[in-house]
Ligand binder design. Structure first.
Ligand code: NDP
Ligand code: OXD
Length: 306
């Protein structure tokens, strides 16, 4: 079995070593143009040329959860795209989003600013009933985040494509229930995959439906958000702030207004990192299962795009 590794912006050697150890019978090579065609591919944002040269691929294993970059390409007929299914990312996302929610709710940035001036200050505690947290996307990551936020007793709402029932959460589904979900939400967390249906979903019209003093946490993809619409709603006071981990262009260009906006906290796409060891174990297991003709988790539905 031949496995080709083609991951943009990723140091290949440690991955190759890991896969060679996990799959001793396989030839695992980093892809170079013109390399022999492989049975399976391990990818992150590969060039179209890579896929064009690999017509016989059975599995295309993405070393992240989001497959949006891959789904824009022309894929070999018959290849199944498989995403990372948690692989240690869900708990990272849960801690990151919990931190962002609590930092906003407890006004920790304002305390930090006071402390920087040696100012001993108190703020009146907020009521958590006034800070309903709404999570868009209740998949592998969204559900784990919901479980974590649930521990802090905020009212919890969730929105997904198909109807769900999650303990402690008021669940909404589909386009028909989206407005109701937004109108009841104050802290909005985006954990949707980026697809034609979700591109630009956080635009002025939708963000304006959040409760006054709303807060936006985007940990999914930059293109879910319309940047100038967020800034307009922050500047007119409808929204109180935003924690943004993902951007339309990454790295975020130095001249982008998000860097310096007083109500925006920027992090460099780091809310849930791909963990190499966990991912190698997971992907190697799935390759072997696929070779045995067994079902594997995390296969992307090409119609839905996630
Ligand atoms: P999943 O595929 O497990 O979950 C996606 C969820 O979104 C599902 O609940 C799905 O609904 C819902 N959804 C999809 N389309 C729609 C729609 N049109 N309307 C309403 N709901 C919709 O994905 P993960 O939880 O694993 O990951 C989510 C995203 O997080 C990834 O696609 C990636 O972009 C991003 N990510 C970001 C990272 C970072 O470091 N910032 C790290 C890892 C991932 P249903 O359940 O009904 O199918
Ligand atoms: C992912 C990511 O999709 O890191 O896994 O963004």
């Amino acid at each position: 079995m031949r496995i080709s590794f083609c991951c943009t912006n990723t140091k290949a050697e440690p991955w190759l070593q890991g896969f060679r150890q996990a799959l001793p019978g396989a030839v695992v090579e980093e892809w170079l143009p013109g390399a022999p065609p492989a049975d399976h591919a391990i990818v992150w944002s590969p060039p179209q040329q890579f896929l064009d040269e690999q017509p016989g691929l059975k599995g295309i294993f993405n070393i992240g959860a989001g497959v949006d970059a891959l789904m824009k390409l022309k894929l070999p007929a018959g290849a199944r795209v498989v995403r990372i299914d948690d692989g240690g990312m869900a708990v990272q996302m849960a801690e990151f989003v919990s931190h962002a929610v609590i930092r906003h709710f407890r006004e920790l940035d304002a305390y930090q600013a006071d402390v920087a001036q040696a100012k001993w200050s108190f703020r009146r505690p907020h009521q958590r009933k006034d800070f309903p947290v709404g999570i868009m996307g209740l998949g592998v990551l969204g559900e784990r985040v919901a479980q974590a936020i649930g521990h802090f007793d905020f009212p919890l709402l969730g929105w997904s494509r198909s109807p769900k029932s999650i303990a402690g959460m008021q669940c909404f589904a589909g386009a028909g229930q989206f407005d109701e979900f937004l109108l009841r939400t104050r802290i909005l967390v985006c954990l949707l995959p980026l697809t034609p249906d979700t591109q630009g979903i956080m635009d002025r019209e939708n963000l304006a439906k959040l409760q006054r003093g709303g807060y936006v946490i985007n940990v999914a993809r930059g293109a879910h958000l319309v940047d100038e619409d967020l800034i307009a709603l922050l500047d007119n006071g409808h929204l109180a702030g935003a924690a943004l981990d993902v951007f339309r262009t990454e790295p975020l260009p130095v001249e982008h207004p998000f860097w310096k906006h007083p109500k925006i906290t920027v992090t460099p796409h780091t809310s849930a990192r791909t963990l190499r060891e966990e991912s190698i174990t997971q992907i190697a297991g799935k390759i072997l299962a696929m070779e045995r003709g067994e079902p594997v988790a995390g296969v992307v539905d090409p119609q839905r795009g996630y």
